[in-house]
Design a protein around this ligand. Sequence first.
Ligand SMILES: C[S@@+](CC[C@H](N)C(=O)[O-])C[C@H]1O[C@@H](n2cnc3c(N)ncnc32)[C@H](O)[C@@H]1O
Length: 247
Amino acid sequence: MSDDKMKFENSWGNQTRAESYSRLEFPNTYYLAYRDLPEIIARHVTVNRAVDFGCGTGRSTRFLKRLGFDVTGIDISQDMLDIAKKFDISGNYQLVTNGNYEHLGVGQFDLVQCIFTFDNIPGWENRTNILKGLGKLLNRTGKILCLDSTPELYTNEWASFTTKEFPENLNAKTGDIVRDIMLDIDDRRPVEDIFWTVADYHKLFNLAGLAIEATFKPLGHENEPFEWISEKAIAPWMIFVLKKDIT
Ligand SMILES: C[S@@+](CC[C@H](N)C(=O)[O-])C[C@H]1O[C@@H](n2cnc3c(N)ncnc32)[C@H](O)[C@@H]1O
């Protein structure tokens, strides 16, 4: 199915989902998404001003605050933002529309963090427009940190997800809807994401005028207090550190 033709509804655009998500911290497979970020950020980013794009209920925003950033959380779901604000009353959380971020401050930010956000964004043109808009926020040395599911997430079993009810995920192409069930929350309705290959992420960054500075694919370790299923052999997440391509 062409990603520009299908109808994709943001899984997080309603109150029940938002509340369910807000109770999620860093259990199981999610631990691997965040485990290495302090070190990655310390190595690639200057700690000062950040935008958390797709901040959801604020888990990723509060994480950046704990690392010492002055953060603005932005999202297209008011339900998610309402909960983020409850957890962090003095925090700065703003509703945005696609590609329109200039009011936040062009060239003002050291970091734009996008954690599990592009997994929910359909369309080449839409994604490119959004990434270009986010790129404008970066200062000269600023970075975009983009963390999303690997293609393998949708065809394997994990401590936090099951995908075995969705064998059609195996045939997914970039832009298709893929499904999984989250095991860490009570709401067991399938979650829909947008599938995107690694090669197409590379093309997308190129189209948006961004260059890859580093890529990470964290694996689970034996001594960690989780019942890893695929996590020690297959990475569930990929993390791209991006900079403006000035070549
Ligand atoms: C899976 S949640 C991740 C939340 C948070 N980053 C975290 O790690 O806990 C994805 C969030 O991205 C938001 N989102 C989806 N499409 C978006 C878009 N085009 N612009 C801004 N936010 C978007 C959703 O509303 C949702 O809150």
